[in-house]
Each structure stands twice: as structure tokens, then as C-alpha cells.
Design a protein around this ligand. Sequence first.
Ligand code: FE2
Length: 213
Amino acid sequence: MSFGPRRLFIHVAALGLLARGFAAWAQSACTPSPQCRRDCGPTHPATEGPFYVANAPELVDINPARAQGTTMRIEGTVYSQDTVMPIRAARVEIWHADALGAYHPQGHGDIASYRRSEINLRGVGHTDALGRFAFASIVPGHYGDRRRHIHWKISAPGHRTVTTQSYWLDERGSARDQQDGTDRRPEACRWVAFKERDGAAVGVFDVVLETLS
Ligand SMILES: [Fe+2]
């Protein structure tokens, strides 16, 4: 069988396509693991958005108003820059829209500016001795041209505070994802693979904080 330049070119091109396909698959399949954390490095920042309200309540069940929606549990671990050492007592703040895409409150400023009944789907937790956190809530809906997302602000002594957003891995590449002009190229570790467990959507979002020199 001949193995001329044309056939060689086809083989090389096919290998190139395979390699690119594998890289894309590996990127999208980066579920929380030591290797993924090493590959991603410190969690990248993303915009705080227009609906950040400072001094949110200390809560891990962040749906005290019992807004309707699919139950969601989002948990994870906060690591230091080496991607191995968990950070205990890190402050983890979370806020997101309700199932219809509205924030509570649909505003910004300080929490003191709002009535208690206006505040929902926002909360602050702290990591345990193993760096772990967990929040109970409902799956947020879409709004505007944004892909479905959760907002985060995470801080710990000796580390740079990161404000960021996480996304739904199974919505990656969707028409809505492609039209989202905010946070154009999130790294693989911010795409969370939610799984269904007892009727709830359960996801793991690990965070790596840069150390301050
Ligand atoms: Fe948002």
C-alpha cells in the first residue's frame, strides 16, 4: 500500500482533529479533581453584576422564603494556590436569581437598605476544617442574554478575594451560552456538572484562591 504525501496529509489532519476533539472533551469533562485544579489554577474572576448586595445574611439554606423551583445543593472545597491545601474558615458568599430569573432584591447596595422579606437566595457560609462548604437553594432561571449562573465572592486571610460565577456544564455550547457576552471564556473548573439526586440538582464547585505575597 502506498503512503504518499496526500495520504500522509490526510492522516496528520485526522490526528489533528482527534487531538483537538480530545482536548475539547477533556476540557469540558474537567470534574473536580486534583488534576483539574492544577490545570485550572486559581479560580478566574468574573463580573459581580448589577445585583450584588453587601452584608448578606449568614445562611447556608439560602431560600428561607421558599421560592418555588428545583431543589439545588451546591457544595465544594476552597483550596489555597497550591491547589492541594484546603482553607478552613474561608468566607463563601453566594447569590443567584430565582427560577424566573429575578434577584431578591433586584438591586444593589447594602442589605440594610432592604426589608428582610425582600432578601432571598443570598447567603454567606464558612468552610469547615477540611475547606468544605455547602449551600441549599433552588436552580436559578435565565435572565437577559446570560447563561444560567451562580455568583460567588470568596475570601480568606492571606489570599486574594475572588468574585466569580459558575455555570452549568450541560448548557455549555448552547445557543444561550454562545450569545452570552459576559465572561466569554470561563475555565473548565467553573462549569459544574450537576447530577440529579433524590429530585435535587447536586453540583460540586471547587475554588482555588491566589495567595498574597
Ligand atoms: Fe447574575
